[in-house]
Design a protein around this ligand. Sequence first.
Ligand SMILES: NC(=O)c1ccc[n+]([C@@H]2O[C@H](COP(=O)([O-])OP(=O)(O)OC[C@H]3O[C@@H](n4cnc5c(N)ncnc54)[C@H](OP(=O)(O)O)[C@@H]3O)[C@@H](O)[C@H]2O)c1
Length: 248
Amino acid sequence: MNTASRIALVTGATRGIGLETVRQLAEAGVHTLLAGRNRERAVEAALKLQAQGLPVEAIALDVTDAASIAAAEADVERRHGRLDILVNNAGIAIDEADKGVSGQSLETWRTTFDTNVFGLVAVTQAFLPLLHKSASARIVNVSSALGSIALHADPASFIYDMKIPAYNVSKSAVNAWTVQLAYELRDSAIKVNTIHPGYVKTDMNHVDGEQRGELEVPDGARTSVRLALIDDDGPSGGFYYLDEVLPW
Ligand SMILES: NC(=O)c1ccc[n+]([C@@H]2O[C@H](COP(=O)([O-])OP(=O)(O)OC[C@H]3O[C@@H](n4cnc5c(N)ncnc54)[C@H](OP(=O)(O)O)[C@@H]3O)[C@@H](O)[C@H]2O)c1
């Protein structure tokens, strides 16, 4: 993939995997928009990367706020006129461990879906016209292995006991949406895939003052970056962890 003059936007990029995805895309030469729901923190994070000579710009974008999404889309259209790469990375995990599968409140379900599913769909809908203006566009949906229904149903799988229902089902919905969208885009220049970043040491896995996880953040961003930079003969409508195809 020739990354020169490509324009990317990464949501939820003020910290964790999103921030690292911005760094790696920018290091690959992609002009990358670091999107955060808090404008000041997005600017602060972008300035640090700019100081390292990386082509990064801040943009305010709260994926649960229709006005914020519309303003961000208008801003990208004004600044660049198109978008080549959209990484839907923003996500939350707010299930309460002591409430089990059936005991999570509907508020937990709704809040989780507002960010992880409806926010992702809304951002995608808003930016699709700009992605269609690209000669070769990519959408990466940051899901999770925890969204795999096949793995959850398999007592032998490594996630069998990880029943965090609102989060897991929200990621299953992201996977299902990815397949639906890939169908609509099958004859276009836009490829859309869904990914598992790995079990990564970020704030999302902060338990009892400790960041749990198997991967350091730089490795956790690799799958998003790989799928953001696939060539025109690359896949669409797939579910990946690095090069590995994951079961739905
Ligand atoms: N870490 C893992 O092991 C792991 C595993 C599988 C999948 N994932 C997925 O990877 C993605 C990144 O997770 P992470 O581990 O980097 O988590 P994180 O460190 O908690 O970062 C989450 C990011 O999402 C942003 N965000 C939350 N709500 C938002 C909203 N309404 N609008 C815009 N941004 C919002 C946060 O912004 P603020 O800074 O403003 O709060 C933050 O930048 C998520 O989709 C997560 O589900 C992570």
